[in-house]
Design a protein around this ligand. Structure first.
Ligand SMILES: Nc1ncnc2c1ncn2[C@@H]1O[C@H](COP(=O)(O)OP(=O)(O)OP(=O)(O)O)[C@@H](O)[C@H]1O
Ligand SMILES: O=C(O)[C@H](O)COP(=O)(O)O
Length: 401
């Protein structure tokens, strides 16, 4: 399929693309699971005595989180227990000097690749390979390693250009993410396959249903997306109240598609039977969907009866995939749905993949162990594409014929 670190010659000068894109609060880069995961690849390369040069991005130009990678070097250093040098340059003289001064087993992080003009426009790999950025850096290396699975849906220079100029390899994160996340599209399961879909984006849920309808036996819905399906089924939910902008635009754009999905795949689609809200005393209240008569409050989670209905379906499944949260789990009062399904998955020995940048955070937040899941993805946009079988530009260029 593609070459991995097992195929790398000894003592190489390696250029490694990671995805260290992180939340930034008041200018402070927040440590997160991406550092921990990529640490495995970086540690292995350094332990093997390669000269390790890392590339990554942070934020998008113009955004508050578009910052230097200096803090990332410190955070990563803590995860691999060795120094990560940093140079505030990507392919200028300063960067080249730092690269050329590296010794065996040393690690250097270059500046945010999105600060280079050549990085961002989405173009074909051949065009990216021909940029000054790639043409200047590539001759200083023996091999290119892409570990940035979660950014691999972007056809940017650091993700697709170097693979055409240097022998290319998949890092450990790339390998494991690719195998797990593509499995629903590529693998046959003996028993029932269940997909838990929620979150805020109706189009993600629609894409998954359109592409995987024949592979998945049951879709268990929740979240904002689930409310839109409930509304299409004739319930008085899924409306924006003052100050909200979750529903109206999505309803207008997706109403017909949702209605036809309910018509065509109604047997496979399980909707919430009750929902949770914040009551007058700021506690969690619950109401059966059948008893909702007015558009008077936002719903923030699926209810406990819904969790009771979803739980046995999960326990009877051979494989369970999760995309998107069933409620606003960041607030403990509205974590019941998301945590309920995750606990059911953790307690069974089904094959499972939990993804979505936000959703997988619930595992750590509520004290569950990643070891109880088959795979917990660190990808967002790349995960939904992989689920639906869409190719990822950064993976395609790694593939061997
Ligand atoms: N009823 C709800 N009201 C408000 N927010 C909700 C509700 N249900 C789910 N959410 C929010 O949805 C978010 C997850 O949605 P999203 O569609 O972004 O899914 P994801 O797949 O985890 O993330 P991403 O696609 O960004 O990687 C959670 O942070 C959760 O708070
Ligand atoms: O955080 C992510 O999902 C990836 O790093 C991709 O970032 P992007 O959406 O800014 O390209």
């Amino acid at each position: 399929m593609f070459n991995t670190l097992d195929d790398l010659d000894p003592e190489q000068r390696v250029l490694v693309r990671l995805d260290l894109n992180s939340p930034v609060e008041d200018g402070q880069v927040q440590d997160n699971r991406r550092f921990d995961r990529h640490a495995e690849t970086v540690r292995e390369l350094a332990d093997e005595g390669h000269r390790v040069v890392l590339m990554a991005h942070q934020g998008r130009p113009g955004g508050d989180d578009f910052v230097s990678l200096e803090q990332h070097a410190d955070i990563l250093s803590g995860h691999i227990d060795r120094e990560v040098q940093f140079v505030a340059d990507t392919y200028g003289d300063e960067a080249i000097e730092a690269i050329e001064s590296l010794d065996s087993g040393e690690v250097l992080l270059l500046e945010n690749v999105r600060m280079c003009d050549d990085e961002l426009p989405e173009e074909d790999p051949e065009v990216k390979a021909d940029t000054e950025f790639v043409q200047t850096l590539a001759p200083h290396f023996d091999a290119y390693i892409n570990d940035a699975y979660s950014a691999a849906h972007r056809s940017h220079a650091s993700l697709v250009g170097f693979a055409l100029e240097l022998p290319a390899f998949a890092g450990r994160v790339m390998e494991s993410e690719y195998q797990a996340n593509s499995s629903i599209a590529t693998r046959e399961f003996d028993g029932q396959v269940t997909m838990v879909v929620g979150g805020t984006k109706a189009t993600d849920v629609i894409d998954v249903m359109n592409n995987l309808g024949d592979k998945v036996d049951q879709f268990l819905l929740g979240g904002i997306a689930g409310e839109l399906f409930l509304r299409a089924a004739g319930n008085e939910v899924g409306y924006d109240l003052e100050g909200m902008d979750f529903f109206d635009d999505q309803w207008e754009a997706n109403r017909e598609t949702i209605e036809s999905l309910l018509d065509e795949r109604g047997d496979q689609i399980k909707l919430a039977v009750d929902l949770a809200y914040e009551d007058q005393t700021e506690e969690r209240g619950e109401i059966a969907v059948a008893n909702i008569t007015g558009k008077d409050r936002p719903y923030l989670d699926v209810g406990s009866m819904t969790v009771d209905q979803y739980d046995p379906i999960i326990r009877d499944s051979e494989a369970v995939f999760v995309k998107g949260a069933l409620g606003l789990f960041e607030d403990e009062r509205f974590s019941v749905g998301t945590v309920g399904v995750l606990e059911a998955i953790a307690q069974t020995d089904c094959f499972s993949v939990v993804g979505g940048g936000d959703t997988s955070r619930a595992i750590e937040m509520y004290g569950m162990s990643e070891d109880d899941f088959g795979h917990v993805s660190i990808a967002g946009g790349a995960y939904i594409r992989a689920l639906t079988g869409a190719p990822l530009a950064g993976v395609e260029v790694l593939k061997q014929d």
